[in-house]
Every structure is written in C-alpha cells, then in structure tokens.
Design a protein around this ligand. Structure first.
Ligand code: GLC
Length: 561
C-alpha cells in the first residue's frame, strides 16, 4: 500500500487526492464489550469506511496512556494500548485497511509525554540518560516559579516534583510534562519512533502541537497577559523548530508518507514556512482559524457566528496557499464542538449538514471528516458540570466559576466543550446506539434514536449518503482537485458563494447560512439556467431571472461546461 521506501523513493503526494477520516478511538466502536471503543471495533467498520470512499484514517492516539488527556498523554510510543486491543489488533486493522486501499496515519505526540512514561519516572530520579529528557528548573531566587507561563489545561505551567526537588514544565496538564527537545537524545528517540511505525507500514503522522517543541533559551517570562496561554508567544515557533523538523525529515524522506502539522495560531504566512518551498518540512498544516467562525481561539463566550469572518478565513487560505502549499480542509475534530450546532442548525440538521459539507469539501485541498460528522451528530448538553470529563473544560470551568454564575458556566460548557465531539458514535437506534453492548464510558447523545448510521444508510436523502456522493464526485472531478477558487459576494452576511474553474469547466457553490428564507440574486457571469444542478439539499423554489428565494440553509451546486 505504501508508495515505497528507501533512498530512491519518489514521493507520490497521494494525500492530495485523498479524503481522510479521523477516528477518536475511545468512542468509535466497542467490540469487546467493555464500554470503550477499540481496534477490533474499527476492524468491524472498515467496510463502512470503504463505503464512504475515504482514502486514509487518522487515528487520535492509540498508545498506552493513563488518559489524563485521553491518549494525548503517552506512556509508551512503541506500543498500542491494551484497552484498544494491543499491537495484534493494530496490525490487523493496518492490514485490513491496506487491503481496502485505505492508508493509516498515526498521531505523533512529542511535545510532551505522560508523567507515567518510564522516561519521566527515570528523569525525576535523576537517572541517566533520562535526566535531561524533560525541562527541569529550580525556583527563582525569591522562591517563585521559574517563569510566568500558564498551562493551557491546569493553572501555572510548572509543577514541583518532590522526588527531583525541582519544577518541571507542563504546557498542558500536570500529567503531561514537556520533553526537552534540545537534548539530542530526545530527538533521536523521536526519529526511532517515526521509523518504528513507518517500517510497520504506517502511512504518515499528524504531529500534535508540533510548533511548541522548541523552547526559547532561558525560558523568559512572557511580557504580557494572555488568558490561560501566557507564554504562548515565547514557546510557539521556538528558535530551533525548523532545525528539528528538518532533522526528523531525514527519516520521513525515506518513506512515501504524509505529515500534518498541528500549529495553534498558525497564519498562512507561517504555514508556508513549513509546507512551502522545494523541500518542505511538513505536507499540510491544520488551519485553526477556520474553527473561529463563532469564537476567538477557544473562547466562545461572546462571539455569535459571523459568516463574513468565516468566509474571509476560507478565502484567505485558498488564495494564499494556491500553487505554494497544499490546504487541509476541515470543519470538525476532537477538539471542537460539533459543527452543525455551531455553523449550522440542529433544527435543520440534515440540510445544514449537507450545506456545510459542500462549503468546505469543494474547496481545493485535502478534506478531513471527523467520526460522526458524516451522520450529522450534534452537541451533547449535559445538565450538570460534574458530568463532563475533559481536563481542559474542568480547568476553564474552575476559572469561569470565580467570576460567573454557575448557570452561565454550564451554558458555556454545553456550547464550547470538547466532550461534545467525543460522545460514542451512533451506529444504530438500539441500546447504547449500537456502539457497545454495555453502558459506554461516556454519555450517548439522546438523539441516537433517529441520528444513526443504520437509519441514514436506509434513507437515500440522508446526510451520510450525501457525503458518499460528494466524496465520489470530488474524486472524479478535476475542477475540484485542480481548479482555481473565486469567491463571489464576499460581503453577503447570508450567502457563501464561490466558483471553481479548470479549463472549460466551472463549479458554482451557492450556500445559505441562515435559518430563514432569503432572496438570492445570482452574481453576474453565471446564468443558472445554463448550469447542471448537481447537488441540492431542499425542494427548490423556482428560479426566475437568475434569482430565487433560498430556503433555510439551502445549498445548490451547479456545473457549467
Ligand atoms: C492537541 C490535541 C488535543 C490535546 C493537546 C495536548 O491540541 O489535538 O486533543 O489535548 O494537543 O496534547
């Protein structure tokens, strides 16, 4: 399945034509009946993935982990968690996926490990060669913390360790100590990990917060305040980042694999530093900004959905990367609430789900689909704060509770939390949504009675079947893969309209992002009567003089040739 390996290997850039499906393994499918998703569950569903026409799976971490951050706290990089079925199950999935023409991408989490990783345990005891694997510091002379950085997940970024009698840095949870990438031994470990999985046949890596791995010399204080992220401008894009990525590339260059960089605060200009040029360090960057249509960074407290903002971001990434780098397209992942509940409407779930799918999937780039997105899963709203489990949410709630009433904190949690995207996948209308035979590790969204794969398989007009058709279409259509991108009506607060063009073919996407009927007049240069309507999500109102009354969240995609 891999395009080959070794010094003479030519990269095929297979990822450019691919659609990638993200699995958050804990909630995908439980085969062994313990309430937790596992790899044999994935194995059972490989034909389902094939029927969606996806080309690759990106697995959120599968490694052994105490799950302080659900796998993003790795306790062993060269094994698979027993909870998920261990290495034997992984190899079965890898082979089964490859037999179906589906590639497999692992999550590489090397900014930090779990505090239960043997490296950290040895490091805190000061044992060689692990002594300097992490970032240890004594308190300042006046007894205060080594610097003023915040942890994104839990208080300050420093935790005192009684064994080592020093503080260690943790940008994320206390149980996620940061690795010291300046230590050549740590970089050698990373290269070993890369080779280990690539030699096994894995097809690439999604590299977790990769722009945080190089910390600045002296770990200087952050000069200004930034809520819950003080220090981010010090440790993001650190001084040796490019050097280290180039070093890792000495391994990656031997394989026809893909690398995807997770880089909070990334701009198009910065993205091109990684993915532009003749010999890029990475293949694609995750454009966080397109998650900010209704929030600023991760703050959802007072930012209603703004279509013009979202369109400006989409347009900017399409234009800036064209011919210079390759776009990654996404509207959901495990770190954000469900998109229909944000940019669409739960009331018009299927219609807005289809509309949003076309809005991002017909752009140029490699689309990612997050498990459950294809059936239109929506946010879970739990009635009590203590029912939520995410470490980041708990921290945010602790802070928010100091200044806001509980009812408001709960509302914020319900609308913004990562847990909403992590509920068990809804396979059937049966017990536990067909995810498991027993009570799952986390709450199932009550709408599983109607929102589930089985029901949508049976309905030709379902969102699931729409995704299938859309993916098949985008693969067969050179306009989508290669065509130019022009946005029309950029100032419209109601419609997102864009045209893709390649040779003599044009595709026009017309999408309403509002919950009411709205009058649409087609921009100059297109006569809708001449186009072939290839996708829609409603019964249509008639088009008169190149204009029509669009229904709530209406989508029309026309082909002109
Ligand atoms: C990334 C992951 C997120 C995780 C964090 C720390 O942002 O996507 O889920 O909590 O890194 O590893």
């Amino acid at each position: 399945m891999s395009g080959g390996k070794g010094k003479d290997m030519e990269k095929t850039f297979w990822y450019k034509d691919a659609v990638i499906y993200q699995i958050w393994p804990r909630s995908f499918k439980d085969a062994d009946g313990d309430g937790v998703g596992d790899l044999m569950g994935v194995y059972e569903k490989l034909d389902y993935l094939k029927s969606l026409h996806v080309d690759a799976i990106w697995f959120s971490p599968l490694y052994p982990s105490p799950n302080a951050d659900f796998g993003y706290d790795v306790a062993d990089y060269m094994d698979i968690s027993a909870e998920y079925g261990g290495m034997a199950a992984f190899k079965k999935v890898l082979d089964g996926a490859h037999e179906r023409g589906i590639r497999v991408i692992m999550d590489l989490v090397v900014n930090h490990t779990s505090d239960e990783h043997p490296w950290f345990q040895a490091s805190r005891r000061g044992e060689e060669p692990y002594k300097d694997y992490y970032i240890w510091r004594k308190p300042k002379k006046d007894g205060t913390l080594p610097n003023n950085w915040d942890s994104m997940f839990e208080g300050k970024a420093w935790q005192y360790d009684e064994v080592r009698k020093a503080y260690y840095l943790h940008i994320f949870a206390i149980k996620q100590p940061d690795l010291n990438m300046d230590n050549p031994r740590v970089r050698a470990e990373v290269k070993k990990i890369l080779r280990f999985w690539l030699d096994m046949g894995v097809d690439g890596f999604r590299e977790d917060v990769i722009t945080y791995i190089s910390k600045p010399k002296g770990l200087p204080d952050a000069p200004f305040y930034m809520p819950m992220a003080r220090g981010i401008f010090q440790y993001n894009n650190g001084p040796h980042l490019h050097e280290y990525l180039n070093e890792f590339r000495t391994v990656l260059d031997d394989y026809d694999c893909v690398t995807i960089g997770e880089a909070p605060l990334i701009t198009t200009k910065r993205a091109l530093d990684f993915i532009g040029g003749k010999h890029p360090e990475l293949d694609m960057m995750i454009p966080f900004q397109c998650m900010e249509g209704d929030c600023f960074l991760q703050d959802y407290s007072h930012h209603p959905f703004c279509l013009v903002k979202l369109k400006t971001i989409w347009q900017h990434w399409q234009k800036a990367l064209r011919g210079k780098g390759w776009n990654l397209l996404y509207i959901e992942n495990h770190d954000h609430p469900r998109v229909i509940s944000r940019y669409g409407s739960e009331r018009y779930r299927t219609e807005s789900g289809k509309m949003l799918a076309a809005c991002y999937m017909l752009q140029q780039g490699t689309p990612f689909i997050y498990q459950g997105q294809e059936i239109g899963m929506t946010n879970l709203r739990l009635p009590r704060l203590d029912m939520y489990v995410d470490v980041m949410l708990k921290n945010n709630c602790r802070i928010a509770s100091k200044i806001l009433p509980q009812s408001l904190v709960l509302k914020l949690a319900q609308n913004s939390c990562r847990d909403s995207a992590r509920t068990p996948m809804q396979w059937t209308g049966g017990p536990w949504a067909g995810f498991s035979e027993t009570r799952p590790w986390f709450y199932v969204n009550e709408n599983y009675h109607s929102v589930n794969v089985e029901a949508e398989e049976a309905d030709p007009d379902s969102l699931l079947n729409f995704y299938r058709e859309l993916i098949a279409f985008r693969k067969s259509e050179p306009v989508i893969l290669r065509g130019s991108y022009t946005e029309l009506l950029p100032q419209s607060p109601n419609f997102y309209v864009y045209c893709r063009e390649y040779e003599s073919r044009k595709i026009l996407v017309i999408a309403s992002l509002v919950a009411k009927e709205t009058y649409f007049t087609c921009p100059e240069g297109f006569n809708l009567a001449d186009g072939e309507l290839i996708f829609k999500n409603h019964d249509l109102n008639v088009c008169v003089n190149n204009a029509f009354t669009a229904r709530p969240y209406e989508l029309r995609v026309y082909l002109f040739e």
